[in-house]
Design a protein around this ligand. Structure first.
Ligand SMILES: Nc1nc2c(ncn2[C@@H]2O[C@H](COP(=O)(O)OP(=O)(O)O)[C@@H](O)[C@H]2O)c(=O)[nH]1
Ligand SMILES: [Mg+2]
Length: 434
């Protein structure tokens, strides 16, 4: 068996763990009472108990204590590691000071979990690079890299309205270089976009992060379907495969999530068209300002996972073909699963949709996100606001400009990849004309 180890960091990671793992458990038990021991996501202990193959880590005690105290806590207590001092919302505390004090414990736990596996397929890391515990990811990713394993990160990017989240922009920029280099694939979303989708599509009034986590859980449940039910599906998908297919170019490994949340029971093909043609279901919406020059989106890598029995490969292929009239698709990967999941307490939908869709799109439009980040970062850094907090934790001030430069390089890389295809097309067109 090829095992998958999940790591949950900080508030986002821990909160998500509390909705995700009960859902995994319910789906596995619904499918087959015995398959939980065959799942790459669970490990069986000598005592006979089966627990999530998951490590939880936070620089704060509050959330972790809450999980520990829950009756029938489903996690292995040895894999729940926290500091008490908190991160102060500053990523360098996670990296240089507070986070360093739990470093050995965290790395020891990762090594122990790895030793218990036959052969690790990869790691999944859930966290927020906008928060302080993200600094811990620095040495975790180094360890995973040293083990020659692959890691997929699932995290949020700064929202459109970032005015009240100033230090979070610094945190993101300071983290991104390591994430880009060390994470095989970065799966990104925006809380604000998911909240907008929940209000407009599902008519949820004032959605909170709890509802956002349910939407993310639904998405991750689809994404991992082919990994969790390896033995019973003809379309199994390993984590390593998914990471590789989503990363067509070394320098562009960010993918946004498109997840379909149906508002009513409708024909599956309607949902699929809606997913691919509109921005209503994007967990990250690259809104372009009216002043911005509109360029045709180019999708470098696209993985579409459908769940539910009412769609056939030919239906999907024809919808994808239509979509490619509007967007350039360089690579499409299709996965169809019959395993459905029933509506439950932990799901947002009160009915069972005929089909569910999740798409990962690694596209040129990520440039627009980077542009916004550059703008917001520069606004703040121009006044050197809050910089002393970071320097006070042991960071060298030169790191700020270095990391800012890395964002520009990343944007340039995306721009070049975008142009590369276009230039080739133009050359080909010229050749044909001659
Ligand atoms: N989707 C989601 N986002 C969260 C949650 N908790 C915090 N966040 C977001 O994560 C960012 C801050 O990271 P957080 O995990 O709280 O920081 P940390 O605990 O210091 O690592 C902010 O953008 C929050 O909006 C959550 O439960 N779900
Ligand atoms: Mg916290």
């Amino acid at each position: 068996m090829k095992e998958i180890i999940s790591i949950h960091l900080g508030d986002l990671g821990l909160n998500l763990a509390q909705t995700l793992w009960p859902r995994f458990q319910q789906e596995t038990l619904d499918f087959d009472q015995t398959s939980i021991t065959d799942s790459p996501f669970y490990s069986e202990y000598q005592s006979g108990s089966v627990k999530p193959r998951a490590i939880l880590c936070d620089l704060d005690a509050q959330n972790m204590d809450y999980i520990r105290m829950q009756e029938g806590c489903i996690f292995d207590r040895d894999c729940m590691i926290n500091h008490k001092d908190g991160s102060g919302g500053i990523t360098v505390r996670g990296k240089y000071t507070t986070g360093k004090e739990i470093r050995d414990q965290v790395l020891e736990c990762i090594r122990k979990q790895t030793e218990q596996c036959d052969s690790v397929d990869g790691f999944m890391l859930y966290f927020s690079p906008l928060g302080g515990t993200s600094g811990v990811s620095d040495y975790i990713l180094q360890e995973i890299h040293d083990q020659k394993s692959k890691c997929m990160g699932v995290f949020n990017v700064p929202n459109q309205n970032t005015s009240s989240l100033v230090v979070q922009m610094f945190n993101f920029v300071l983290c991104q270089h390591q994430m880009r280099e060390m994470l095989g694939s970065n799966i990104v979303f925006s809380n604000q976009n998911i909240q907008n989708n929940l209000s407009s599509q599902l008519k949820v009034k004032h959605p909170h992060l709890k509802e956002v986590n349910h939407a993310l859980t639904d998405m991750i449940s689809n994404l991992t379907c082919g990994m969790r039910f390896q033995h019973s599906t003809t379309n199994s998908l390993s984590l390593r495969e998914l990471i590789n297919t989503q990363c067509l170019y070394r320098q562009a490994n960010f993918s946004q999530i498109v997840h379909y949340l149906p508002s009513q029971d409708e024909a599956a093909s309607v949902g699929l068209r809606d997913t691919l043609y509109t921005k209503n279901h994007h967990f990250l919406n690259y809104k372009v300002d009216s002043t911005h020059e509109f360029i045709q989106e180019k999708i470098f890598a696209h993985t579409l996972l459908t769940r539910g029995g009412s769609l056939h490969q030919s239906d999907i292929s024809s919808v994808l073909k239509e979509s490619s009239k509007y967007k350039q698709h360089l690579g499409d990967n299709l996965f169809l699963y019959n395993h459905t999941s029933r509506p439950s307490q932990s799901s947002l939908l009160q009915f069972q949709p005929r089909a569910k869709f999740t798409a990962l799109q690694n596209s040129s439009d990520f440039m627009h996100v980077l542009e916004k980040i550059e703008y917001e970062f520069d606004m703040l850094y121009r006044y050197r606001a809050f910089v002393f907090w970071f320097v006070g934790e042991g960071m060298e001030s030169g790191e700020f400009s270095e990391c800012r430069e890395n964002i520009s390089v990343m944007k340039q890389d995306y721009q070049e990849l975008y142009n590369m295809g276009n230039a080739n097309n133009e050359e080909e067109d010229d050749d044909e004309e001659q």
